[in-house]
Write a protein that binds this ligand. Structure first.
Ligand SMILES: Cc1cc2nc3c(=O)[nH]c(=O)nc-3n(C[C@H](O)[C@H](O)[C@H](O)COP(=O)(O)OP(=O)(O)OC[C@H]3O[C@@H](n4cnc5c(N)ncnc54)[C@H](O)[C@@H]3O)c2cc1C
Length: 397
C-alpha cells in the first residue's frame, strides 16, 4: 500500500461513484485531495468574452465549496490552490512525498496537454500518475467496436449498443478520508480572485441559475425520480422530452451518468428505452466523437474536413446575434434567456445555432465559443459536436 496519494479533482467534483477517488482511498493510508483553479479557464477569447463566463465561474466555486464540506464530513479536507495545475500538483506531490497522483482522464486537447505536462513534471521527481476513465455511461472497453470504427452518427451508434448496454454498478462514497497531520488547506477564492469582475453577474436571474455541488445534484435527481418516474407527472415542456437540467451538474461531474442510470433503472426496470437514458447515450456518443476526431471538432471544416464551405467573420452581424438584436424576435428572446439563466433546452439551442449558421452565415465556431462561455452545462464534446452537426460539418459518412 502506498503511503500517500495526491487526488487531483478535475471535472469529477463528487464523492459518490468516483472510481479514481475510491481506488485512491483503497490504495493508500493517506490521501491529499486537491482542487486547482486554473485562471486560463477564465481568460478572454479573441471575441472579447470569457472562455468561462461569470455564472459558470460561480457555479464552479459553489461546487468546490460543497465538495470540501463533503470531504470534511468524511474526516478529510480539500486543498485549494490557484494557478497552473501541471506545476502545482507536481510541486505538492513532491512536497508531500506522495507515491502517486490519481485523477480522472480528460479528452479535450487543452486538458490532455495539461495532463501530459503534469505527467512529465512528475516523472522528473520519480512520481507516477494514474488516470481513470469516468465520464461516460459505458466504459470505452465495454463498447462492441473500437473507437476508430465509431458509427458515423448517433442513430447508427444507438442501434449497435442499445441491446448490448453494459453499464457498471456505481461505486459508493469512500467511508473515511485520512489526510497527513499537517497540511495547508488554503481558502476557496471568490470570483474577483479568479480575475472575474462580480459585476459581470448583474444580468443573471438568480431564481433560474443553478446552484453548484453534489448535494444539490442528488436532490435534483431525487426530485426527477419522484415527480416523473414514481408519480408519472407529465413534462412541462415537450422539448426536450425531459428537462431535468442535470446537465449542469454532469458537466462538472457533481453527479455521474452511471449513477443517474442506476437510480432510474431501480425505479423503472424498462429504463433503457426512456428519453433520459437515450440522452445520456447521446452524451456518450459525443465523447467518443471527440476521442475519435480530436482537434478536427474545433475547426470550421469540422470532423468532415469540409474545406469548401466558407463562413463570414463579421463582428457586427455576430454581435447582433449575441446581444439578441436580430430581426427574429424568438432568437432574440432566447439569446437573452441564455445570457440571464445560462440554460436553453436542446431545441432552443438548435434554433439559435441554426439562425447564426443558415440565416446569418457566420462562422459557426464563433457561435460554439459563445455557447461555451454562457452555457452552465458547457461540455466540450457535446457543445462542439452539436455545432458541427448544425453547421453541416459533423457526421462523417
Ligand atoms: C448547439 C447545442 C449545444 C449543446 N451544448 C451542450 C453542452 O455544452 N452540454 C450539454 O450537456 N449538452 C449540450 N447540448 C445538448 C442538450 O441541449 C442538453 O444536454 C440538454 O438540453 C440538457 O437538458 P437536461 O439536463 O434537462 O437533459 P435531459 O433531457 O434530462 O437528459 C439527461 C442528460 O442527457 C444529456 N443530453 C440531453 N440532451 C442531449 C442531447 N440532445 N445531446 C447530447 N446529450 C444530451 C445531458 O447530459 C442531460 O443532462 C447542446 C445542444 C445543442 C443543440
Amino acid at each position: 500500500m502506498a503511503q500517500r496519494i495526491i487526488y487531483w479533482f478535475r471535472n469529477d467534483l463528487r464523492l459518490r461513484d468516483n472510481e479514481a477517488l475510491f481506488s485512491a482511498v483503497a490504495s493508500a493510508s493517506e490521501i491529499i485531495p486537491v482542487y486547482v483553479f486554473d485562471p486560463r479557464q477564465f481568460d478572454k477569447t479573441k471575441l472579447g468574452f470569457r472562455r468561462t463566463g461569470a455564472m459558470r465561474g460561480q457555479f464552479l466555486i459553489q461546487s468546490v465549496v460543497d465538495l470540501r464540506n463533503r470531504l470534511r464530513e468524511k474526516g478529510g479536507d480539500l486543498l485549494i490552490r490557484i494557478g497552473d495545475p501541471e506545476k502545482i500538483i507536481a510541486k505538492l506531490a513532491e512536497e508531500y512525498n506522495a507515491g502517486f497522483v490519481y485523477t480522472s482522464k480528460e479528452i479535450a486537447p487543452e486538458e490532455t496537454r495539461i495532463e501530459s505536462s503534469l505527467s512529465k513534471n512528475l516523472k522528473l521527481v520519480n512520481i507516477d500518475m494514474k488516470l481513470f476513465w469516468m465520464d461516460t455511461l459505458m466504459h470505452a472497453t465495454a463498447l462492441p467496436f473500437s473507437i476508430a470504427k465509431l458509427p458515423a452518427n448517433f442513430p447508427a451508434f444507438h442501434n449497435l449498443i442499445k441491446t448490448a448496454l453494459k453499464i457498471k454498478e456505481p461505486l459508493p462514497e469512500p467511508q473515511q478520508i485520512t489526510l497527513p497531520i499537517e497540511y495547508k488547506a488554503g481558502p476557496i477564492p471568490i470570483l474577483a480572485q479568479l480575475g472575474i469582475d462580480p459585476n459581470e453577474l448583474v444580468d443573471a436571474d438568480a431564481s433560474q441559475v443553478s446552484i453548484g455541488g453534489e448535494a444539490v445534484a442528488l436532490q435534483i435527481l431525487e426530485k426527477y425520480l419522484t415527480d416523473y418516474i414514481k408519480e408519472n407527472k407529465s413534462y412541462e415542456t415537450a422539448d426536450p422530452l425531459t428537462d431535468t437540467r442535470l446537465s449542469d451538474w454532469l458537466s462538472l461531474g457533481c453527479i455521474s451518468a452511471k449513477y443517474i442510470y442506476d437510480q432510474v433503472k431501480k425505479e423503472q426496470a424498462s429504463a433503457d428505452d426512456t428519453a433520459i437514458i437515450d440522452n445520456l447515450l447521446s452524451r456518450d456518443y459525443f465523447h467518443w466523437t471527440l476521442l475519435r476526431y480530436g482537434p478536427r471538432l474545433f475547426k470550421p471544416s469540422g470532423v468532415k474536413h469540409n474545406f469548401l464551405q466558407r463562413w463570414q467573420n463579421d463582428n457586427a452581424i455576430y454581435e447582433k446575434w449575441t446581444n439578441g438584436e436580430t430581426e427574429d424576435n424568438v432568437v432574440n428572446q432566447l439569446m437573452n434567456k441564455l445570457k440571464t439563466t445560462g440554460f436553453l433546452t436542446s431545441a432552443e439551442r438548435t434554433t439559435c445555432a441554426t439562425f447564426l449558421v443558415n440565416k446569418l452565415g457566420i462562422n459557426w465556431t464563433w457561435g460554439a465559443m459563445y455557447f461555451e462561455s454562457h452555457l452552465m452545462d458547457y461540455e466540450v464534446s457535446v457543445n462542439w459536436g452539436r455545432w458541427n452537426n448544425i453547421a453541416g460539418v459533423g457526421e462523417v459518412e
